[in-house]
Design a protein around this ligand. Sequence first.
Ligand SMILES: [Zn+2]
Length: 478
Amino acid sequence: MVDQPSSKPIATNPIPDLNTVAFAVEGPAYSSESETHVAYRPQSLYLVGTDGVIAAVLTPDDPQYHAIRAELARLNRLTSLADGQVLLPGFSDLHLHAPQWAQAGAALDEPLERWLGRYTFPTEARFADLAYADRAHRHLVQATLARGTTSVLYYDTIDRAAAVNLAHVCTELGQRGFIGKVVMDDPESNPEYYREDTATALAETERFINEVREFAPDSGLDAAPPIVQPVITPRFIPSCTDAALEGLGELALRYHCFTQSHCSESDWEHHTVFDRYGRSDTEALDMFGLLTDRTVMHHCVYLSESDADLFARRGAAVAHCPLSNAYFANAVAPVRRYRRQGVTVGLGTDISGGYDPSVHAMVRLAAIVSRNLESGVDASREAAERGGVADALVTLDRAFYLATVGGTEALGVRAGRLEAGYAWDVQLIDVHAPGNDLPIFENDEDPAITFQKIMNLSTPANIRAVWVQGRLAHGTLA
Ligand SMILES: [Zn+2]
């Protein structure tokens, strides 16, 4: 944490034509300066273009600051933040099963097999009722936007129409949605009432890709990608036939699509895949063409050094889901090692393997579980024999980096930093918001301390407004 204003020069573009500036926001901000440091910038003027991209960032020592500020105020395009308000980049949630929102918080004492069979598959199958799906999707997208989540990598269900509905809901409500129609075709491992045959699963996936791309065409701009994108989504290897995995790999290549799946999540999954192919989950996914530079794999708790090297070589990313892993993974993912090996890592809630829809909560949990990983947890053993892993700590600053920069890099979106050329995907925090819990009693508190309080103790009450690609998607500036 840099507790004083950063002395690094701030990247700015030349001052744009103010006719192309949709609005400007003036106030303080926190943004990752590096993987280990979150920088506090006391007060700056952010000019946001009509394309939703930050056109320029001006600090008060810029000779043009006051003239530009005055002109924007005259044009009624300036918002000046009140005392206690501060900007953060929006967060990315790299793993969320949208239909499981309908059962979030329930059945977490069950073992995985019963959790899937008795609760999860029936819950997902209900989304074939589109009116029900639409109601649940809207509630979820609003709930996550209200928690500062600007981008989400979703699983939906095997039902194409339900997944298309989620794409429409994200578009309408203004959240960046990467959406997967799930494939699970193996008759041995899936219930008859919630399964497609291989040919249907592949044809429906291809149709899904085309339908989503039709209403959300690519602008060709890095910082203004389509608001929703289709994602090729085998549930995980144990639920799919080889023919489906091969077919999905071919679709990924042909359509240059994102892919996602669960990878080495638990002892059971890790060993099941090894027994089937005589190779790791990572190697098997790669064999089917599903590990690319447009891939996010979920959990990845058991990657060997060579697995993680393969992730790094392919440019594939990992979604670290600390809460879900506590219930279903049997271990803590060694995030710091993956980062040292050059793997892109972001955070995921994994609703509803985890119950909490907040990436703020995942920032805290990533820090907490890393402490257990570093120390080991069996108190009956001496410290040296407790099984701790050296250099495993994820500080709040590092976790914030994963939630902002890591998540957006995984999704190929130029966002996650408050710099010129980045999309205006932003959450406005109000430390004095009515009904909030932050214990801030001094007007001149060290910004480094305030940052830590925001990360550890903020609630949705503190999130006053959220923009995605320059569009106000939650809250109000009044
Ligand atoms: Zn999952």
